[in-house]
Design a protein around this ligand. Structure first.
Ligand SMILES: NC(=O)c1ccc[n+]([C@@H]2O[C@H](COP(=O)([O-])OP(=O)(O)OC[C@H]3O[C@@H](n4cnc5c(N)ncnc54)[C@H](O)[C@@H]3O)[C@@H](O)[C@H]2O)c1
Length: 332
């Protein structure tokens, strides 16, 4: 089988590629990525010499390239997106361009080639789950910030293309991922990097927001299971049921690093901040049999240790902007 992966030089896309090539040595995989912020081609060092792997530097909005690649491949999997909520608040435009228009370009290619399109979305499209049961795939979309609004827009376009044109597609909505190779601006790597430099670790509004965490390899294996056994036109939530406050998460990381908890600094809140994300993933479990297999505390410990062992990976990606205590105030 030939697979086109878009956005494979980022955190989750690169984990998908490393894992997919290991599990499916007979398949050929092409990775298209424009290498914007969040990406790092070093994430793919392990596979760059694999004859079954091929990299193309391009933009998902380049419809000519995408259409040609769609003809040559059997499945299109899209991880390419602008992904940092804070940056979407200070400048929403690139989010609309990549997350909405980029998805449109891929949908057109899937429509013309009649290939299966896997749309990687997020639990954030449901909006705030404070005082509510966990959202199922049947709940309405109620995004709160420009990032989640552009992801929700893409989800709606995917559904419309299935209904109107009958394209083959599957949408996945996963919770917060953690693991090696995550860009330093995100909560866990930023905590590890700032703490390792004995800098204060910023937390919005006391860090009482609840997020549900999944180890990145569980996420990519869930996607692989859907490529094989998912039903076209359907949406699947993906969670590992690890709901904790951001404060508890940061405290866990600091304890693993033997750093004092008084490094934590309250920096006020971010506009439009959701208090809780929570989803139910019974549907994927029933459909494909997938369930998370990595134990949360052990995976977190291994993640912290990976960043501690690999400063040569994160140092070149780290600057005042990526480590800023209130990135939504920064002019990106
Ligand atoms: N990180 C999470 O916790 C999480 C949770 C659920 C869903 N998701 C979704 O998973 C996907 C991947 O997230 P991630 O954390 O790996 O993001 P990331 O920011 O690490 O990677 C995104 C990749 O997309 C590429 N890209 C951006 N714009 C592009 C364009 N126009 N054309 C081609 N490539 C482009 C970037 O260069 C980068 O390599 C996103 O769609 C995100 O919404 C992420």
């Amino acid at each position: 089988m030939n697979i086109l992966v878009c956005g494979g030089a980022g955190f989750i896309g690169s984990a998908f590629i490393r894992n997919y090539l290991k599990n499916n040595p007979g398949d050929k995989l092409t990775n298209l990525d424009s290498l914007t912020i969040g990406s790092n081609i070093e994430n793919l060092k392990d596979v760059e010499k694999n004859p079954k792997y091929n990299f193309i530097k391009d933009d998902i909005r380049n419809s000519e390239t995408i259409s040609k690649l769609a003809q040559e491949n059997d499945i299109l999997v899209n991880f390419a997106a602008e992904t940092h909520v804070d940056r979407s608040i200070s400048n929403p435009k690139p989010f609309i361009e990549t997350n909405v228009l980029g998805t449109y370009s891929l949908l057109e290619a899937a429509r013309k080639s009649d290939k299966l399109f896997i749309h990687v979305s997020t639990d954030e499209i449901y909006g705030d789950a404070e005082n509510q049961d966990s959202f199922t795939e049947e709940n309405n979309l109620k995004p709160s910030n420009p990032y989640s609004a552009t992801k929700a827009s893409a989800d709606l376009l995917v559904n419309a293309y299935h209904r109107t044109y009958g394209i083959k597609c599957i949408t996945t909505r996963c919770t917060n991922n953690f693991g090696p190779y995550q860009f330093p601006e995100k909560l866990i790597p930023k905590t590890i990097i700032r703490a390792s430099k004995n800098l204060k670790v910023p937390l919005y509004d006391g860090g009482y927001q609840i997020r549900s965490w999944i180890y990145v390899l569980d996420h990519v294996e869930a996607i692989e299971s859907l490529m094989r056994k998912g039903k076209s036109g359907e949406t699947y939530n993906i969670t590992a049921w690890n709901e904790i406050t951001n404060r508890s998460m940061v405290e866990k990381v600091l304890k693993l690093m033997n750093k004092p908890l008084d490094l934590i600094e309250n920096v006020g809140d971010r506009p439009g901040h959701d208090k809780r994300y929570s989803i139910d993933s019974s549907k994927i479990q029933k459909t494909t049999g997938w369930k998370p297999k990595y134990e949360f505390d052990q995976a977190l410990q291994e993640t912290v240790s990976w960043y501690q062992r690999n400063p040569t990976w994160w140092e070149p990606l780290t600057n005042e902007k990526t480590l800023h205590p209130q990135p939504w105030t920064v002019n990106w």
